[in-house]
Design a protein around this ligand. Structure first.
Ligand code: 13P
Length: 251
């Protein structure tokens, strides 16, 4: 059966010493605690090695926030999936709306990134979600379906089964405006139906679908109580150990 997961996305925040201190604090808080979910932090590339050195990845999983769409070569400034895997990280966020919006990521580049991540043993946390205009004009279900179909439906059922999905309505990211628990549940159920249509009910039932967008200790329990919501992808609130643990403990 699918897992409950709370994953932090630190985005472009913290220096290396600050990030190492935060990772240590979260790792300490989790040690000996009984949690009802897997916990992961996704950190800037520069932080992967020093964070891997100070955490116990049986307690706290580690991931990157992106990887390149090529394996190696003359791509100045890029970081490849094999490089990420060589740090000991096990996860990689792909297709975050900030990457789609500011760095022009398309379904085509994302297909390459997903394939390279999987080839290198990384678990993609693949993000999907509509913008405000699409929420307001009622096309959000079609938009999210197209994001899944275009970037992921080339995968075999076996490979699709290795993914974690994250529904992040763009209008809820960093805005303080959360989707209601019912809006999240409606979309998560829709996503699961889209998966079932292509890969069957078993694959759909086994896929963890996280909610992301202004998730906080005060609203996490209600959102996580919904049957198709399997956890959260947490931005701002992942940068303070107490807030992040408050969300972890919402399960
Ligand atoms: P916030 O939790 O800061 O809204 O960010 C959500 C997000 O984008 C996680 O990937």
């Amino acid at each position: 059966m699918r897992k409950n997961i709370v994953a932090g996305n630190w985005k472009m925040n913290t220096t290396v010493p600050e990030g190492v201190a935060l990772a240590k604090e979260v790792n300490e808080a989790l040690k000996g605690a009984t949690t009802k979910c897997d916990v992961v932090i996704c950190v800037p590339f520069t932080h992967l090695v020093p964070v891997a050195d100070v955490i116990d990845q049986t307690v706290l999983g580690l991931g990157a926030e992106n990887c390149a769409d090529h394996k190696s070569g003359a791509y100045t400034g890029e970081v490849s999936a094999p490089m990420v895997a060589s740090t000991g990280a096990k996860y990689v966020i792909l297709g975050h709306s900030e990457r789609r919006q500011y760095y022009g990521e398309t379904a085509e580049t994302l297909r390459e990134k997903v394939a390279l991540a999987l080839e290198n043993g990384l678990t993609p946390i693949f993000c999907i979600g509509e913008v405000l205009e699409e929420r307001e004009n009622g096309t959000y279900n079609d938009v999210v379906k197209a994001q899944i179909v275009d970037a992921l439906f080339n995968l075999s059922a076996e490979d699709f089964g290795k993914l974690i999905l994250a529904y992040e309505p763009v209008w809820a990211i960093g805005t303080g405006k959360t989707a209601t628990a019912d809006q999240a549940e409606d979309m998560h159920a829709h996503i699961r139906a889209v998966i079932a249509e292509k890969y069957g009910k078993e694959v759909a039932d086994n896929t963890s679908i996280l909610y992301g967008g202004s998730c906080k200790p005060s609203n996490a329990a209600e959102i996580f109580s919904k049957p198709d919501v399997d956890g959260g992808l947490i931005g701002g609130a992942a940068l303070k150990c107490a807030d992040f643990m408050g969300i972890v403990n919402a399960f």
